[in-house]
Design a protein around this ligand. Structure first.
Ligand code: CP
Length: 303
């Protein structure tokens, strides 16, 4: 049987992405539909998660499917030394689809090559987080009315941030202009800038954004990820480098929206939460509808 995995956002064509966003809009209108009756979905989380795991599990429940898996690999036979190869081989015989988060870059692609069922990458190290990107695209289209020609500010940890890597690749399909705001230590890696160079898209790099904030359509804040630093002193140097405060939003565009994949630490002050431009909690809710659409697409459920 042909199986289709989602490992990188580039695994989907632009037409397929738009179809998923349209399907997600249908699920937002009517989330409870028993389309996965009889299906078993495995959620294998080798790294901590709140939103990705729980929104997938919420999506599966709303669709009438069943869930097996673990949220902590120390409770699985991984703790006895079982390899990723053998874990995936076994779990793919127990389930119809695998959702996997793993700390090693490339692990999701490897799993998809071993598995006999579709694999969804729920984040592989600093590499990619394509389902986050699809819910980000859904949130951007819903709030801006379009994905075309937007000015996207990405702020914070652009080096290790898998969400910004996936989102940048996706938004480049709709002629976005990118402003990358990061400290020297956490700049967008060259490979992603080369990606934009090769398709002729403009990007600008900054270490501060207070003077240019009025140009943003979307401000995508990110957490400086402590768990990706091998040297704790390096983390201490940059951990509070950007803190978005309500007072900074006075001269922003009326329809500008602030997104964040969450969890946040200090990078968005709580005084922003009540501002109508804060959209990060709604963004996380959109993850349920978007993941319903992704599950149905990969399981080839027609309705
Ligand atoms: N956005 C995101 O991936 O959040 P979690 O780490 O809580 O899943």
């Amino acid at each position: 049987m042909k199986k289709r995995s989602l490992v990188s956002i580039d695994d989907f064509s632009t037409e397929e992405i738009i179809k998923i966003l349209d399907l997600a809009a249908e699920f937002e209108k009517e989330p409870v539909r028993k389309l996965l009756d009889g299906k078993v979905v495995a959620t294998l989380f080798f790294e901590p998660s709140t939103r990705t795991r729980l929104s997938f599990e919420s999506a599966i429940n709303k669709l009438g499917g069943k869930i097996v898996g673990f949220s902590d690999a120390t409770n699985s036979s991984v703790s006895k030394g079982e390899t990723l190869h053998d874990t995936i081989r076994m779990v793919s015989s127990y389930s119809d689809l695998i959702v996997m988060r793993h700390p090693i870059e490339g692990s999701a692609r490897y799993a998809s090559e071993i598995s006999s069922v579709p694999v969804i990458n729920a984040g592989d190290g600093a590499n990619q987080h394509p389902t986050q990107t699809l819910l980000d695209l859904y949130s951007i289209r819903k709030t801006q009315g379009t994905l075309e020609n937007l000015n996207i500010f990405m702020v914070g940890d652009l080096k290790y941030g898998r969400t910004v890597h996936s989102l940048m690749m996706a938004m480049s399909r709709w002629n976005a202009t990118f402003n990358f705001i990061a400290p020297e230590e956490l700049r967008m890696p060259d490979e992603f800038k080369l990606y934009l160079d090769n398709i002729g898209l403009k990007y600008y790099e900054h270490t501060d954004f207070t003077d240019i904030i009025s140009k943003a359509d979307i401000i995508y804040m990110t957490r400086v990820q402590k768990e990706r630093f091998s040297d704790p002193m390096e983390y201490e140097k940059v951990k509070n480098v950007y803190v978005l405060r309500n007072s900074m939003l006075k001269n922003t565009k009326p329809n500008m929206k602030i997104l964040h994949p969450l969890p946040r630490v200090n990078e968005i002050h709580v005084d922003v939460d009540a501002n109508p431009k804060a959209y990060y909690f709604e963004q996380a809710l959109n993850g349920v509808y978007t993941r319903q659409a992704i599950l149905c697409t990969l399981l080839e459920i027609n309705f």
